[in-house]
Ligand binder design. Structure first.
Ligand code: ADP
Length: 413
């Protein structure tokens, strides 16, 4: 049985703002679920509904087999760690850790045992007599986590707990949280706007945008197979490159400049008519000729997929991660029919790799290349797309083109 279930959960604030739309998830025991997305997408609202700090407008929240929509926060068997720590300034670390047990009238021996256990797990034993202001940011964060641990809850809820720490300390605390999660073998639900935290901590990530779940998947699945352009642009730094265009029936991706606009009238035409209009469009059109000249071949497998789903000659987005826009000889050789000429507008050295900023026609493209492949300042170069690493999305719906989905009209023959 799942530890925690959200079923068709919606949240409409009294002012009419709908912050969460139809949220559904089954969370198993021991999972580390990260709710991720840009500011305002509804992550905190979702967490606060689970905590009982916000009313659920409709839908069901089930914790450990029991519907808890109407239970007070203290009766929900959850503990929450806040971004601002919420420590009591006038109490010592020991008293802060013990506080929730004191108000629950846990007996003294048991209370002491649990406080000491949490302090040991978190390395807080030397600081038990200090007040919060005598602690570093990281130590305060540990006390805030410790206050949740002593409660021994069924589910831990964490709302951007690392956002007040500097970058280096965040890295350290991230590792501590992972160790803690393994050690406690508890269920964690964690909110962040930071996709790196999501990728490193989560067993599953939930990406949200404008109150709606975009995808729920393991970090690897989300990185390798983003469900739509939003997720593709959110997960990974720098994000995927998006190139707008079409794949033609001879298996090439060509940038959008080579095609007339796909108006309703155009869409209604037969293939022959479209061919005619396309040819007419290219005549005396320099930009279109240029786009044709830098067409790139699509792998056989991806071409078959596009064909089977009816996406030949339709507006699509070819997306590719910067890691797979390549400069090195071996890759250029391997992808000889997916090479394009370009000018490097900016190159950034980031230790072991460079980020090269360029354009594929009008599409901004970033390449992430090994320092060993870059000699001095680059000007005009040849880059290639690694054909096996291209992703394709429907330009209109922004959804990933998947084999199991049939969208649009299948090509004849
Ligand atoms: P996130 O945590 O992803 O930054 P929130 O869950 O805090 O997003 O907010 C989601 C949306 O709900 C936002 O548009 C925000 O302005 C709105 N919102 C949050 N709290 C309230 C509130 N108490 N009353 C009205 N609207 C709110």
């Amino acid at each position: 049985m799942s530890d925690l279930i959200l079923r068709n959960v919606n949240k409409i604030y009294p002012n009419g703002v709908q912050a969460v739309f139809d949220f559904n998830i089954d969370i198993e025991h021991g999972e580390f679920i990260v709710l991720a997305g840009p500011s305002g997408c509804g992550k905190s609202t979702t967490l606060r509904m689970i905590a009982g700090l916000e009313e659920i407008s409709s839908g069901d929240l089930i914790i450990n087999g029991k519907r808890v929509n109407d239970l007070a926060p203290k009766d929900r068997d959850i503990a929450m760690v806040f971004q601002n720590y919420a420590l009591y300034a006038h109490m010592t670390v020991y008293q802060n850790l013990a506080f929730s047990l004191t108000i629950r009238k846990v007996d003294e021996d048991e209370k002491h045992r649990r406080v000491m256990q949490a302090a040991e797990i978190l390395g807080l034993v030397p600081y038990l007599n200090r007040k919060p202001k005598q602690l570093s940011g990281g130590q305060r964060q540990r006390v805030a986590v410790g206050r949740a641990i002593v409660r021994n809850p069924f589910v831990f809820l964490l709302d951007e707990p690392l956002s007040n720490l500097d970058a280096k300390l965040r890295g350290t605390m991230r590792k501590e949280l992972m160790t803690l999660h393994n050690r406690l073998n508890a269920t964690f639900i964690y909110v962040t706007h930071d996709q790196i935290e999501a990728l490193t901590l989560a067993t599953r990530i939930v990406v949200m945008s404008e109150g709606r779940v975009q995808q729920i998947a393991t970090p690897k699945e989300m990185f390798d197979n983003p469900e739509n352009l939003f997720v593709a642009g959110f997960i990974g730094t720098p994000p995927m490159n998006f190139c707008y265009g079409r794949v033609t029936k001879d298996g090439y991706f060509i940038s959008k400049e080579a095609f007339p606009q796909a108006t309703e009238e155009y869409k209604a035409m037969s293939e022959e008519e479209k061919d005619k209009v396309d040819k007419e469009f290219i005549k005396n059109n320099e930009l279109a000729e240029k786009a044709l000249a830098c067409k790139v071949k699509v792998s056989k497998e991806k071409f078959e997929l596009l064909k089977s789903q009816g996406y030949i000659n339709r507006d699509i987005v070819m997306a590719i991660r910067p890691e797979y826009v390549c400069l090195e000889e071996a890759k250029l050789k391997e992808n000889a029919d997916a090479i394009f000429d370009c000018e490097i507008e900016l190159q950034e050295m980031l230790g072991s790799y460079y980020l090269l900023y360029t354009k594929y026609m009008d599409n901004n493209v970033i390449a992430k290349v090994d320092v060993r492949d870059v000699r001095g300042k680059l000007g005009n170069v040849k880059l290639c797309f690694d054909k096996d690493k291209m992703h394709f999305f429907d330009a209109q719906t922004t959804r990933r083109i998947r084999p199991e989905e049939y969208v649009g009209i299948k090509e004849e023959k």
